[in-house]
Design a protein around this ligand. Structure first.
Ligand code: IMP
Length: 190
């Protein structure tokens, strides 16, 4: 990690070089796990699109790419409620193929818990999870993350696909959003 790198917001938690190294490692692990198997990589929108774009190019085995759009509703101001809406569903059946879910961050686990149960009804050969970030201190539902980028502390992070209020997805690194970064009281209560 390189604390000297700066950008529009927050403090750098994981710089772009560290992300690139870890994504390359994950790509090798995933390649070894699925070589020769029918595989669908399922990118969870919107947050995982940057991670997915890099990770998929680090995987050296044939695969199909699908997208699923999820919206998680917040039960309180601090955490998701477990109520999840599929805003955009996959276009092709998942039956008879291995599914690799690509997610940006596992926080309470409520969103992925819902998604895993939903996907299981579609009869894939297996379902595994690749997540860039995990906040273990916030777990409510235990989620088995098969391919994990980084464990992080309980902080609100943005960049590399993750947003606050729709912004910062295009930062090339992961930054911690701090109260000083808040504008007009918009800062999330974490
Ligand atoms: P969970 O249901 O609590 O695991 O929440 C998962 C979703 O909440 C993620 O896919 C993100 O969209 C969002 N989320 C959780 N923590 C953060 C964060 O620190 N920054 C940005 N989004 C977050």
């Amino acid at each position: 990690m390189n604390g000297a790198e700066t950008n529009a917001v927050g403090k750098v938690l994981i710089d772009r070089a560290a992300i690139a190294r870890r994504v390359a490692e994950l790509g090798r692990e995933i390649t070894a796990a699925y070589r020769g198997e029918p595989l669908v990589a399922l990118s969870v929108l919107k947050g995982s699109f940057v991670f997915a774009a890099d990770l998929l190019r680090a995987i050296d085995t044939p695969l199909a790419v699908e997208f699923i759009g999820l919206r998680s509703y917040f039960g309180s101001r601090t955490q998701t409620s477990g109520v999840v809406e599929i805003t955009q569903d996959v276009k092709y059946p998942l039956g008879g193929r291995h599914v690799l879910v690509i997610e940006d961050i596992v926080d309470t686990g409520l969103t992925l818990d819902y998604l895993m149960k939903n996907l299981a009804t579609r009869n894939p050969l297996s379902i595994k999870i690749a997540a860039l970030l995990h906040k273990p201190s916030r777990a409510i539902k235990p989620i088995p993350i098969d391919f994990l980028g980084f464990e992080i502390p309980d902080a609100f992070v943005v960049g590399y696909g993750l947003d606050f209020d729709g912004r910062y997805r295009n930062l090339p690194h992961i930054a911690v959003l701090e109260p000083d970064d808040a504008q007009l009281g918009l800062f999330p209560p974490r």
